[in-house]
Design a protein. Structure first.
Length: 609
């Protein structure tokens, strides 16, 4: 997930672009760049690192123009580097492009363009766009962008300028967000309203496969066939200072609500048809290696460990490979025995967690093949792995991990389904059903977000509870553990995630009216047993919040409150159930006035052992 801005008007374009990029740094911060149009050519400045590096570079080498585009990058294809940073240029330097999204067919387009004599400088998918626009450019930039978009598959929000046309810029979008800011004698483009709220409160929100020709004195909207589009201007209701959070009160809340989009980006290029096999190009494992696997060891910390627990369950269920999941800090302590043909799967949002990195090295040293499931491209864990599958969540700022968790599970589910397919370990019809379920997750996630107020009402009833117990079984034991971690780390309420089957072996002694229990009781292999656990707790006057599939008639009879989840295959329910549990923890913490994005004693990335 990257941030793009563009400006055309009377001010210095780089001043406006940098101010806008500052508001977009939450979308990506591993490199940045600007391109300005004037005097028949483009001037470009790009840096690796945070935006401050670009500001320093512009102080040293100012770019004078009143028309330009800018970009702050979150690497998805190609490591953070000056060459890979945006804007990307055509070979003759006449066209510059900034892009947010993922071009699924970039490899084929790259080969075709290379065969036509185009020289590629970067490893990115974006660069193909600059060359395609140049290929079709004959003086009409909008027509060239329209034609280029017909060749593109995947997601894009684009800003495009031409060196010989300093009086306009073109913007276009498909699946990635883009707004057109409306000023007086000046206009803007941006990934979101927050980037330009400091300059205007009026924007056009353009839809998929729409574009805009943006000039100083006007904006022309059209579809990708050039048909005019009429659109009411939207007045941004919130003040500029709420910019980076896009109107959300906290980054955590914003990131919870990013999950549908992030899930789509995670699936892009990997799974689009339930009847087709999953493609995981960066796994770096042959079919024979997959067939020869004898053991899988997941290892991680915190939330990522919970994703690993789900992964262990999925891998054994689907691929029928003996699997285990160990806390990274504990794995090393037990001097693990690593058999031949063992695969280590390292899970980490940051890719920099010290305990996890040490565990990776231990397993590698003992002969395991290592793949990692991480968010940050080119992070230490990614670099030290034999294969990497990025979760494509975009930057996660809130200390409490939310979108990274659901995407870690989704990414691991893709790997497990791929292994099951290669090994013939699961009937094809079951794999089709699972792939269908994965493709439906963005929509299910949106449905759950639309129910936020229902969960908030439950939070209002229990936010003063001193203690909480989260119970689950099977694939949702990890869900219970993750729900408890979310609550404890942002609301400071003591919460434990526990196997419901273990209640009778001790924890049931804790049950009393002040202990609220969240019981995950969705229809599936362990449903009846979960009802029994709820009855055990109610018999001892413990309040229970049941988590149930829509339409369940038994759980409302048994529990005091119910959090409803749309029905889905049990194997993907850890992803869907996680969302209302994130919302529950968030609102309880907010009602308690906690510092949600930076909870006490915690850091987003723990780079010490
Ligand atoms: C989760 O909400 C916490 N922030 C923490 O447990 C985190 O998941 C853990 O530190 C692992 O971080 P990583 O995914 O970056 O390796």
């Amino acid at each position: 997930m990257c941030g793009i801005v563009g400006y055309i008007g009377q001010k210095k374009a780089t001043d406006v672009c940098v101010a806008g990029l500052k508001r977009l740094e939450y979308r990506g911060y591993d490199s940045a760049g600007v391109a300005v149009a004037g005097d028949g050519k483009l001037d470009v400045l790009k840096v690796v690192g945070k935006l401050d590096r670009l500001i320093d570079a512009l102080d040293e080498s100012p770019l004078d123009s009143t028309c330009g585009i800018g970009h702050t990058r979150w690497a998805t294809h190609g490591k953070p580097s000056k060459t890979n940073s945006h804007p990307h240029l055509s070979n003759d330097g006449l066209i510059a492009v900034v892009h947010n999204g993922i071009i699924e067919n970039y490899a084929r387009l790259r080969d075709e363009l290379k065969a036509e004599g185009v020289e590629f400088l970067s490893e990115t998918d974006t660069e193909v766009i600059a060359h395609l626009v140049r290929k079709y450019y004959e003086g009409d930039l909008a027509a060239a962008v329209q034609r280029a978009s017909q060749d593109l598959e995947g997601a894009f929000a684009l800003g495009v300028v031409a060196g010989d046309q300093p009086d306009l810029m073109v913007a276009a979008r498909r699946f990635s967000p883009l707004v057109i800011g409306i000023g007086e004698g000046e206009n803007f483009i941006a990934s979101d309203m927050g980037a330009i709220r400091q300059f205007t409160d009026k924007v056009y929100v353009i839809d998929d496969d729409e574009m805009a020709v943006v000039k100083r004195d006007g904006i022309t909207l059209s579809d990708m066939d050039g048909n005019p589009v009429e659109r009411e201007a939207y007045v941004i209701p919130w003040p500029a200072e709420a910019a980076q959070k896009g109107g959300h009160k906290h980054f955590m809340h914003k990131e919870i609500h990013e999950q549908p989009r992030a899930m789509r980006e995670c699936l892009l290029g990997r799974l689009s048809d339930p009847n087709a096999s999953i493609t995981l190009e960066s796994l770096n494992m042959t079919a024979d290696e997959i067939k020869g696997l004898r053991k899988i060891v997941f290892t991680a910390c915190g939330t990522a460990y919970h994703a690993g627990l789900v992964g262990r369950f999925l891998m054994e269920k689907l691929a029928r490979i003996p699997s285990e999941c160990d806390l990274a800090a504990e794995l090393r302590a037990r001097n693990p025995v690593v058999l031949d043909n063992t695969l280590a799967i390292i899970v980490s949002q940051s890719g920099e967690t010290a305990d996890t990195l040490v565990a990776l090295r231990e397993l590698k040293e003992k002969g395991a093949k290592v793949i990692s499931v991480v968010n940050v491209v080119d992070s230490s864990i990614a670099r030290e792995s034999d294969g990497v599958v990025y979760i494509q969540a975009g930057p996660e700022i809130g200390v409490a991990s939310t979108k990274a968790y659901t995407l870690q599970i989704l990414t691991i589910a893709l790997i497990a389904a791929h292994f099951a397919d290669v090994r013939g370990a699961t009937p094809e019809e079951d794999l089709v059903a699972l792939r269908e379920a994965m493709l439906s997750l963005p929509e299910l996630a949106q449905t759950l977000l639309d129910r936020e107020d229902d969960v908030k009402a439950v939070a209002a009833k229990y936010f003063e509870s001193p203690n909480a117990l989260y119970l689950g079984r099977g694939v949702n034991l990890a869900t219970a553990m993750e729900g408890a971690l979310k609550l404890k780390e942002i609301s400071y309420i003591h919460a434990e995630g526990y196997s419901a089957g273990e209640m009778k072996h001790g924890p049931i002694a804790l049950v009393e009216p002040s202990l609220v229990t969240v019981a995950i009781a969705v229809k599936g292999d362990v449903y009846e047993k979960m009802i029994g656990n709820i009855q055990e707790i109610k018999a001892r006057s413990g309040p229970v919040i049941g988590v149930a599939f829509d339409g369940d008639t038994e759980i409302p009879r048994q529990a005091d409150d119910v959090i409803w989840v749309p029905e889905c295959p049990e194997l993907v329910s850890p992803i869907t159930i996680a969302i209302p549990l994130q919302i529950l923890a968030y609102h309880i913490a907010d009602m308690k006035g906690c510092h949600i994005d930076q909870p006490r004693n915690l850091a987003k990335t723990v780079t010490v052992e």
